[in-house]
Design a protein around this ligand. Structure first.
Ligand SMILES: Nc1ncnc2c1ncn2[C@@H]1O[C@H](COP(=O)(O)OP(=O)(O)OP(=O)(O)O)[C@@H](O)[C@H]1O
Ligand SMILES: [Mg+2]
Length: 236
């Protein structure tokens, strides 16, 4: 059983194709890591899946064919995309950023409970609730961006390089959260990450892209065990 199934995904910008014939899957509640060198096409793959750019191929989520859906419609089906560079609303308060994440929800008591849950995951979101999001540090903004995505109660969280530019301790704090998402939020994760060792240690499955094509895919533990693969594609 899979929650997200991607088959033959091909996409790019204008005339130029960047990713070719990409297959990947995420099981319910599981984590799939999408790995590869700079420019391999990881961000483009995520954008094509969530409907931000045109694509060929099929994307099926929770029984729905996502063909022709806008990124807003994809979000409403339960996929929350945290883009590379985070995408918080800098001028809005931390609190309002979190509430924006819950705008499509009607269950007010559930929203209140989830606000509390985000604040217990990341206490800084409570202590800085009234500060403008733009005044948070990079790591704090990443915590806010992930929490805002969670406030929509997604079935799938799509994270594009959550550790980019962050100190190792903060990266650890953010990655330690991923197993909790399965247990406490019933959320699956598709994560792009430059730190392959970190991602492979946490993910169930991994897909390695090279020049826009899948070079290798399988159980994360298996890929982590192939020293030659790690050296060739992941530089570790
Ligand atoms: N908006 C765009 N317009 C044109 N080309 C783009 C655009 N965004 C990305 N590209 C190109 O597509 C290719 C893949 O880029 P992409 O951002 O998907 O790679 P990536 O694997 O996410 O890299 P990184 O690890 O550096 O984030 C690159 O050659 C890049 O220059
Ligand atoms: Mg990228």
């Amino acid at each position: 059983m899979t929650l997200l199934t991607v088959r033959g995904l091909t996409a790019g910008y204008g005339e130029g194709e960047v990713i070719h014939d990409v297959d990947l899957a995420v099981a319910p509640g599981a984590t799939t890591a999408l790995l590869g060198a700079n420019g391999a096409g990881k961000t483009t793959t995520l954008r094509a899946i969530t409907g931000m750019i045109a694509r060929r191929g099929t994307v099926t989520f929770d029984g729905h064919d996502l063909a022709g859906l806008t990124s807003d419609q994809v979000a409403r089906l339960g996929i929350a995309h945290v883009p590379q560079g985070r995408g918080t609303f800098a001028q809005l308060s931390v609190q309002d950023n979190l509430l924006v994440g819950a705008l499509s929800r009607r269950d007010r008591s559930g929203v209140a409970t989830d606000l509390d849950r985000c604040r217990s995951l990341f206490p800084i979101l409570a202590t800085r609730a009234r500060s403008a999001a733009g005044t948070l540090s990079g790591g704090e903004q990443q915590m806010l961006a992930m929490s805002r995505a969670l406030m929509a109660r997604p079935r799938l969280l799509v994270l594009d390089e959550p550790s980019l530019g962050l100190a190792p301790g903060i990266t650890r704090q953010i990655f330690d959260l991923l197993p909790l998402l399965r247990v406490e939020w019933d959320t699956a994760v598709l994560v792009v990450e430059q730190n392959a060792n970190l991602a492979l240690a946490l993910a169930d499955d991994a897909v390695v892209l090279e020049n826009g094509r899948v070079a290798m895919a399988g159980a994360a533990a298996e890929i982590a065990g192939h020293d030659d693969v790690r050296r060739a594609y992941l530089g570790t």
